[in-house]
Ligand binder design. Structure first.
Ligand code: ASP
Ligand code: MG
Length: 323
C-alpha cells in the first residue's frame, strides 16, 4: 500500500478526482444539515478536549494532553456531552472531530483514520426504533441529493449509485454471528465483530443493513441494557454493503446514575475518571437515544472509494506522518 498521495498531498490535492470527491462531500454535509434542521434539530458546537471522553472505541487508544497541569483527553466521541446538551435542547447534532489512535493493523481495512469527523446526534426521550427510522431517511435524502446535484462528479469517479430502498434489513447480533459462522467466520461470542468478518458480511449485501442488540460485554457503559433481554443492549450499528463496512453506531442511553457506575465497574473503568459526568447523572438527565455517522466513511461509500483517506483533504492514516 503506498501512502504517497497522502504524504505529498500538496502535489495531489488539485487532481480532478479530488475536486469531484470534495464537491460530493460538500453536498453530503449540506443535505445532512438541511435534513436535520427540517426534523427540528439544532446544530451545536462540539467539544475538542475535556477531562474524559468515550472509552468504547474498539481497541483504539485515547490521546491525553497536559491542560494547565491537569490531564485532559482529546475527544474520541462527544457522547458524554450529547447527554448533557439534551438538558438544554431535545434534538441536537454536531459535526464532531474525533481522534482515536487506531492500531497499525487498522490501516489494512482501508476504512480507519486516526482523525475523523462524525455527525453526532442525540434526541431526548427517543427509542432505537426512532433512530433507525431517522437514519434511514437521512441517508436516503443524502444520496438522493448527491444523485441530483453531483451526477457529473459521480460519473467522473465511475460510481454507479442508486437511490436507497428503505427500511434496511435488520439482523440481531446473534443472527449476524450465526450468518458469519455459516460463512466460516467464528466470532467469539460477546465480542465486537472483527473487521474482516464485518467486511465479509458487508460484501454479502447490496443495500445497507442493521445489526442490533449487541451483548453488553461488547460495548461501552453508556448503552442501555434491554430490560426484556438482560445481557443485551438497546443499540445498533449500520453496515454499508459491498464490503464498505461500518457506517453508524448508536443506541438508547443508560442515564441512571447507579446503573452507569455499576457498568463502569464491570468494564474496569474508574468512575472517578468521569467525575463531571457522574455528578451530572446524579442530578439527572433525560433518557435519550442517538447515533454517530462517520463523514469520511459516508463520503467513501457514496464516491465508491477504495480508501477512506481519499475522502478527506488532510487525512491522518494510523502510523503515517503526513500534513
Ligand atoms: N459514541 C458512539 C460512537 O462514537 C456513537 C453514539 O452512540 O452516539 O461510536
Ligand atoms: Mg462504532
Amino acid at each position: 500500500m503506498s501512502f504517497n498521495s497522502v504524504i505529498f498531498r500538496h502535489l495531489t490535492i488539485n487532481e480532478p478526482r479530488f475536486k469531484c470527491i470534495f464537491k460530493i462531500q460538500d453536498s453530503i454535509l449540506f443535505s445532512i444539515r438541511s435534513f436535520l434542521r427540517s426534523e427540528g434539530f439544532i446544530e451545536i458546537l462540539a467539544p475538542i478536549i475535556g477531562p474524559c471522553t468515550d472509552p468504547g472505541i474498539r481497541g483504539a487508544k485515547l490521546v491525553s494532553i497536559d491542560y494547565y497541569g491537569s490531564k485532559f483527553k482529546v475527544m474520541s466521541s462527544m457522547i458524554l456531552y450529547k447527554q448533557m446538551m439534551i438538558k438544554c435542547y431535545p434534538k441536537i447534532f454536531a459535526l464532531s472531530p474525533n481522534v482515536r489512535i487506531e492500531p497499525l493493523e487498522a490501516v489494512s481495512t482501508g476504512r480507519h483514520l486516526a482523525e475523523f469527523r462524525q455527525i453526532d446526534l442525540e434526541v431526548a426521550y427517543a427509542k432505537c426504533e426512532d433512530m433507525l427510522n431517522l437514519a434511514e431517511r437521512l441517508l436516503k435524502k443524502v444520496i438522493d441529493d448527491v444523485l441530483t446535484n453531483c451526477s457529473d462528479e459521480l460519473k467522473f469517479l465511475g460510481r454507479e449509485l442508486t437511490p436507497l430502498k428503505i427500511p434496511f434489513k435488520r439482523y440481531t447480533y446473534d443472527e449476524a454471528i450465526e450468518l458469519l459462522s455459516s460463512m466460516g467466520y467464528h466470532v467469539s461470542y460477546g465480542c465486537e465483530i472483527p473487521w474482516d468478518a464485518e467486511e465479509a458480511l458487508s460484501s454479502l449485501h447490496k443495500e445497507p443493513f442493521w445489526i442490533t442488540s449487541y451483548p453488553i460485554s461488547a460495548r461501552g457503559f453508556y448503552y442501555l441494557e434491554d430490560e426484556s433481554r438482560p445481557g443485551f443492549l438497546r443499540d445498533f450499528d449500520l453496515i454499508y454493503p459491498d464490503g464498505y463496512g461500518e457506517a453508524i453506531s448508536g443506541g438508547e442511553r443508560e442515564y441512571r446514575y447507579e446503573f452507569v457506575v455499576e457498568r463502569m465497574r464491570r468494564n474496569c473503568e474508574d468512575p472517578s475518571n468521569y467525575s463531571w459526568y457522574i455528578e451530572m447523572l446524579k442530578d439527572g438527565v433525560p433518557p435519550s437515544a442517538g447515533f454517530g455517522i462517520g463523514v469520511e466513511r459516508l463520503t467513501r461509500y457514496i464516491c465508491g472509494l477504495r480508501y477512506v483517506w481519499d475522502a478527506v483533504p488532510f487525512p491522518k492514516i494510523p502510523g503515517v506522518i503526513s500534513p
